[in-house]
Every structure is written in structure tokens, then in C-alpha cells.
Design a protein around this ligand. Structure first.
Ligand code: ADP
Ligand code: MG
Length: 456
């Protein structure tokens, strides 16, 4: 049977009511396929691109089960555990549970680093039906004996690919080690890298597999383009672009990605000096400040948000119609996630990427992942044919050094094709997007975790 509306799914009345109020009528593809599987208590390995409604795909069946049972959580116990890579995503997922579950009685809690442990410990003490957590802080609290995972019924890994990219594999395995063998496990990911499949094999029991889009496919409705531009001209051009965009589309939001925290901060400041309304979120900002900024952005009080990858992951804000990659990401997967911040829930959007001479290797990597060339915007005042030629040539190019991508160095852009970089981008801290990927994976001790949290 083809499922075309939520009423066809055996979800209880309180859930149906919340969905109707939220204005959802038609389940997305992943929802239509995953919900029946999850209601049957099967394990699931699911891959669908960002913005396709994965949260509700796992939240609805879980809430349904909660609405059908009157088992209560016990002291310090957790019945259903959701792991997410970042704090922003954790709060967003918790918020979704709240909305979809507004007519279901349940206790939920949120656990992430960067804020005081005390209120989190207090929440845990009472026992929770649902806990949404980031791995680092959860392990800290676990080790201090504040949470008991021995009776978890459902274990959900959201954005599993990103968690692996961020070096959380050890933490995930450690947490998994505390869970009962008898449980339901779900793994959600936007991309299906081989590490994800491996993780799935290790943790899932005879899972059902659902793949909605092939690996790396970018949302179809996003109009993508790349501008070949000298590094030194990027700032000037982005200002021109933004001024025009804000004037023509005053009610729409723009999201800009930079490689470094410094770059994000600097750009937002520059925009404000030029009369644009902008702010930034990055790992150097406190959790509170980040959330406040996000909320203002969501409310439309800020037109332009400049973010680093880590801070922006999973952000679901309506009305973002333009995403600009001021710097291309070091990891190609991040490209798909970044541009997926626009064209949410079936809307359309535009994604423009700046590619300087130093970034040609990154663009090639993106195109390999999405399996098609990004259309070139030649009709722009700073177009550099040399960079495009290099991109199209067979000449080898190196990745730039992590962290140095968008510091606004004055002076002429370098003229050699990036071979000054000694590809040390994984070694140093200071980077905040991909720097943890493989690096300390074999030494996930506490100080590393703390360091990671600081980097965010
Ligand atoms: P993903 O986790 O796959 O990136 P999300 O779960 O964050 O996607 O959902 C993306 C957006 O789509 C959210 O704004 C959500 O409210 C909306 N959405 C999800 N499911 C539906 C639906 N069935 N109908 C309408 N909107 C939906
Ligand atoms: Mg998601």
C-alpha cells in the first residue's frame, strides 16, 4: 500500500492530532517507509538527505509507543536514548519531540556540554522517557554515575555520519557498551559512507535498510553555482551580492559558511559595518549566546547568519533561501549538509560557493561526491578564468591548510596553486570543521573530549 497521508499510518490519536495542528498531512518518503518498520520494533539503517524529515521518522513511532504504554522511567534511568553530534541539533530534536508529543505524557531531558551539569543531573535523577544527548557530556555524566543506561529500550543515532566525522566513534562505542543487548537500534545518516555501514553492522541487529537518495545527492530543488574568484576579492563580492539580495528579498534569510571561527566573526562584523544585519555562530560563543542568536535569526531579526560547520550542523530554520560558501568545506560531505540548510521541506533555494585558487582541490572533491559538476557563474565581476581552467585541467592540486582558509590576509592572493600547503590540516587545533575526523580517534580520553568541546 502506498502511504500518502499520516492517517494511513497506525499512529495513535494524540500523535495524529499534533501532526494535524502542525499542518503535516503527507509523510515524507523516509517517514512513510521508516515508521511502519519502527512500529514493528525492527532495527533500522536509514539514509536520506538533509531536510527530508528524518526527525519525525524516528520521533513519531517512539512517541506512539510512549502513548500506548504506562511504564514509567526509574530513577536515573533512560528508556529511549537519542545521540546527536551537536548541541544545536540536540535542542532541535528535543523541541521536535515536544511539538509532536504535545498530547502525550512523557518526561524528556537534554544533555550537552558547554553549560552547567547541575540542571542536567537533576533531570536525570527523576528518570526520563527520552534523553537527547551529545556523546561527550553523556559520557562525563555516565562516569560520574548520574545516568543509568542499563534499561534503554531504543537507541537512536541521529546524523551518524557527522558524529563519525567529528571523531565520536569511540564515545559511541563506549555508550553502546552500557546499553542492554536486547534493544531497538536506529541509525540515521545523510550519507552512507563505508564507516557508517561498518558501524551499523557492529551495532544493529538484522536491520531493515532504507536508502532514499544515493550517497551525496544534493537536494534537487537547490540551484547550485560556483564562482571562481580570487581569495582577496571574496569579501568585496559577497558584500555586493548580499546588499542586492537583501534589497530584492527583504524577508528572506541568508546563511554563510566560513571555515574558521575567526572568519565567521570577522565577516559578520564587516557586514554590520556595511549596514547589513548579521551575526555569527561558532564554537567560541557560549551555548547561550549561540541559542539566542539562532532564535533571533529564526524570528527574522537577523537577515544574515555567518557560521562555521560545527555550529551550523542540522540547523533547521525556515525561509533560508540563500546559502553562500564563503569558503568551501574541507570535507565534501559538509557541502551537502551546508546547502541542505536551504530548500527545507520541499521549498526551493540557492547555493553559491566561492572557489579560490587554493580551493580547487576542495571543489573537485565536492563534485566527485555529488557526481556532477557545479554550474559555473561566469557572469560576475570577479570571475577568474585561470581558476576555472585549473579546475578543469588534469593538473594535480592540494587541499589548503585547515584553519587558514578565510583569514582576511591583506595583499595579493598567492599565485601558485596551493603547493605551499603541507597538508597539515588535521594536525593542529584551531580548525573547527574536519579537524577531528580521523585525528585523535585512537585516543578518545577525557581531555581530548574536553578539547573537542572547546573547539566547538
Ligand atoms: P532532516 O533531519 O532529514 O534533515 P528534519 O527532520 O529536520 O530533516 O525536517 C526538515 C523540515 O521538514 C522541518 O522543518 C520539519 O518540520 C519539516 N517536516 C518534516 N516532516 C514533514 C512533513 N511530513 N510535512 C511537512 N513538513 C515536514
Ligand atoms: Mg536531522
Amino acid at each position: 500500500m502506498k502511504i500518502t497521508n499520516f492517517e494511513q499510518l497506525p499512529l495513535s490519536a494524540p500523535i495524529q492530532r499534533a501532526l494535524a495542528e502542525k499542518g503535516y498531512t503527507k509523510p515524507s518518503q523516509i517517514q512513510a517507509r521508516a515508521i511502519p518498520v519502527l512500529l514493528k520494533d525492527r532495527d533500522l539503517l536509514a539514509c536520506a538527505q538533509t531536510g527530508t524529515g528524518k526527525t519525525a521518522a524516528f520521533a513519531l513511532p517512539l512517541l506512539h509507543k510512549l502513548s500506548q504504554s504506562n511504564r514509567k522511567p526509574f530513577r536515573r534511568g533512560v528508556r529511549h536514548l537519542v545521540l546527536t553530534p551537536t548541541r544545536e541539533l540536540a535542542s532541535q530534536v528535543a523541541e521536535s519531540f515536544k511539538v509532536y508529543g504535545q498530547y502525550v505524557e512523557f518526561q524528556y531531558g537534554l544533555v550537552y556540554g558547554g553549560v552547567s551539569e547541575k540542571p542536567q543531573i537533576k533531570q536525570l535523577f527523576k528518570g526520563l522517557d527520552i534523553l537527547v544527548a551529545c556523546p561527550g557530556r553523556l559520557i562525563d555524566l555516565m562516569e560520574q554515575g548520574h545516568v543509568d543506561l542499563s534499561q534503554v529500550e531504543t537507541f537512536i543515532l541521529d546524523e551518524a555520519d557527522r558524529m563519525l566525522d567529528m571523531g565520536f566513534i569511540r564515545d559511541i562505542r563506549k555508550i553502546e557498551g552500557k546499553l542492554p543487548k536486547e534493544r531497538q537500534t536506529l541509525l540515521f545518516s545523510a550519507t552512507m559512507a563505508s564507516e557508517i555501514t561498518k558501524l551499523g553492522q557492529a551495532m544493529l541487529h538484522r536491520p531493515e535498510e532504507i536508502r532514499i537518495a544515493p550517497q551525496g545527492t544534493t537536494a534537487e530543488k537547490i540551484n547550485q553555482s560556483v564562482c571562481f574568484i580570487a581569495k582577496g576579492a571574496k569579501q568585496k563580492y559577497i558584500l555586493e551580492l548580499l546588499k542586492q539580495h537583501v534589497e530584492e528579498n527583504p524577508r528572506e534569510l541568508t546563511l554563510i559558511f566560513t571555515r574558521t571561527k575567526h572568519g565567521a566573526k570577522h565577516l559578520a562584523k564587516k557586514f554590520n559595518q556595511e549596514g547589513l544585519i548579521a551575526d555569527s555562530i561558532h564554537g567560541n560563543k557560549s551555548q547561550n549566546a549561540r541559542e539566542k542568536t539562532l532564535e533571533r535569526y529564526r524570528q527574522g531579526e537577523i537577515d544574515i547568519l555567518v557560521a562555521t560547520d560545527v555550529a551550523a550542523r542540522g540547523i533547521d530554520v525556515k525561509n533560508i533561501t540563500l546559502v553562500i560558501n564563503f569558503d568551501l568545506p574541507m570535507e565534501s560531505d559538509a557541502y551537502v549538509h551546508r546547502i541542505g540548510r536551504t530548500a527545507r521541506a520541499g521549498e526551493s533555494g540557492q547555493a553559491i560557493s566561492f572557489c579560490s585558487l587554493e580551493e580547487v582541490a576542495l571543489l573537485r572533491q565536492v563534485e566527485r561526491l555529488i557526481k556532477k559538476p557545479v554550474p559555473v557563474l561566469r557572469d560576475q565581476p570577479y570571475h577568474e578564468q585561470d581558476i576555472e581552467d585549473l579546475h578543469l585541467s588534469d593538473r594535480p592540486v592540494k587541499k589548503p591548510a585547515q584553519g587558514g582558509g578565510n583569514r582576511q590576509r591583506r595583499g595579493k592572493p598567492s599565485n601558485n596553486s596551493g603547493n605551499h600547503s603541507r597538508s597539515n590540516f588535521r594536525g593542529k587545533s584551531g580548525g573547527n570543521s574536519g579537524s577531528q575526523s580521523n585525528s585523535r580517534a585512537n585516543k578518545a580520553n577525557k581531555s581530548n573530549r574536553t578539547q573537542r568541546n572547546r573547539n566547538r
